[in-house]
Design a protein around this ligand. Structure first.
Ligand code: HEM
Length: 389
């Protein structure tokens, strides 16, 4: 990622218009921060400028709304995701991790993705939402369809064609996902339980309940945005640590260093590559004029290698301080799930290093990265290890 974004910054300058994809791209730290957080100028609500605004009614969640609605929705759901609320599920995260590692401990080899970093966040979020984690094969297919399908050639195609393809795939997948959650909602209406879906159904903003579409959009967001990114964080951590085996040993000996190491993984291999916004007015950036309504992409992964914000950005340094990476975005849309993602990564990697030693990636199998314009992570990460006695 370092090389590719340094090259892009050099070739295109701080701000450039992508003719083929027809959006603006912003590469420097300060500008990405601005695009992510100045919500009055850079809106998250694409429906305001879309050719087919009706398509958006289905997908509107906190991620794609602006204030004041964003503030109301966020205040409702944020209770469930505070560090304190999330800390209470730490023992459960540890138990799931142990259980997953029990299944491979004897083998001496595993795929970090398939055996640990994929199932862990899906099981955790399923339990929070109150849906059976056995349905995770279906969640994965829906998630893959939304995140990967057709996005590979985002910058090589024509935007109308691209939008059309995405619309069709996303609409089909959302139909399936919403049908699934509609059944869950109907069950919880009849018989509330101690879960997030029941809480969302009972929640009120100024005397008004959330609409069914809002609850469905939120469940979908959690299931999709939260899982693949956390899977990638753990996979990316393994890739980073594997390049410096002494770091892996150091972390095994001193697990208290893990949280800081995870922050550096978030900077160095950001699981979410970009934030997308729409200019609400004409904006001047580095002498270029972004017209009203045009899409602006802030490249998180480029900002995280900006030498103005990070000395020697190409060096993976688990002691880097300060480390104000933008991996979780910035401002009012700052990732709601950040405490959960950090906790899951800390527990999963901590237990992995505690139980297994000499964890090494299998060198004969090249790292295959997910093809996506949005996210970064390995598809598979086969490793060998020795279980500690
Ligand atoms: C927002 C990244 C894990 C739920 C965001 C944003 C980023 C991000 C960059 C900001 C998007 C924007 O400004 O447009 C990540 C990364 C993760 C992760 C890198 C893992 C390492 C999670 C988890 C959950 C989650 C585990 C929930 C279970 C959300 C939600 C939002 C969000 C609901 C929207 C917040 C808002 O608009 O107010 N995430 N995320 N994320 N994330 Fe995450």
């Amino acid at each position: 990622p370092y090389d590719s974004f340094t090259a892009l910054r050099t070739d295109f300058g701080p701000v450039s218009y992508n003719e083929r994809a027809r959006f603006w791209e912003v590469f420097e730290y300060d500008d990405v921060l601005r695009v992510a957080s100045e919500h009055e100028t850079f809106s998250s609500d694409g429906s305001k400028f879309a050719a087919h605004p009706e398509e958006f009614t289905k997908g509107q969640s906190i991620l794609t709304t602006d204030p004041p609605r964003h503030r109301q929705l966020r205040s409702l759901v944020s209770q469930a995701f505070t560090p304190r609320a999330i800390a209470s599920i730490a023992p459960r995260i540890a138990a799931i991790t142990h259980n997953l590692l029990d299944q491979v401990a004897e083998q001496g080899s595993m795929d970090i993705i398939a055996d640990l970093s994929y199932p862990l966040p899906v099981i955790v979020i399923s339990e929070l939402l109150g849906v059976p984690s056995e349905d995770r094969a279906r969640f994965k297919r829906w998630s893959d369809d939304i995140v990967f399908s057709e996005y590979d050639d985002l910058s090589s195609g024509n935007l109308e064609e691209y939008n059309e393809r995405v619309r069709i795939t996303v609409r089909r997948t959302l139909d399936e996902l919403y049908d699934y959650f509609r059944v869950v909602l109907a069950e919880r209406r009849l018989q509330p339980r101690q879960d997030l879906v029941s809480e969302l159904l009972a929640a009120q903003i100024e005397g008004q309940s959330l609409s069914e579409a809002e609850i469905l959009a939120f469940c979908t967001l959690l299931l999709i945005a939260g899982n693949i990114t956390t899977t990638n964080l753990i996979g990316n951590a393994l890739l980073c640590f594997d390049e410096q085996p002494e770091v892996m040993d150091q972390l095994a000996k001193s697990p208290e260093l893990l949280p800081q190491a995870i922050e550096e993984v978030l900077r160095y291999r950001s699981p979410a590559l970009l934030v997308g916004r729409y200019a609400t007015r004409e904006v001047e950036l580095h002498g270029q004029t972004i017209p009203t309504g045009q899409m602006v992409i802030g490249w998180i992964s480029s900002a995280n290698f900006d030498p103005c914000a990070f000395p020697q950005p190409e060096v993976f340094d688990i002691t880097r301080t300060p480390n104000r990476h933008l991996a979780f975005g910035h401002g009012i849309h700052f990732c709601l799930g950040a405490p959960l993602a950090r906790l899951e990564a800390k527990i999963a990697l901590g237990i992995l290093l505690e139980r297994f030693q000499q964890i090494r990636r299998k060198r004969d199998q090249p790292v295959e990265t997910i093809h996506s314009a949005f996210i970064l992570g390995p598809k598979h990460c086969p490793v060998t290890f020795k279980a500690r006695q």
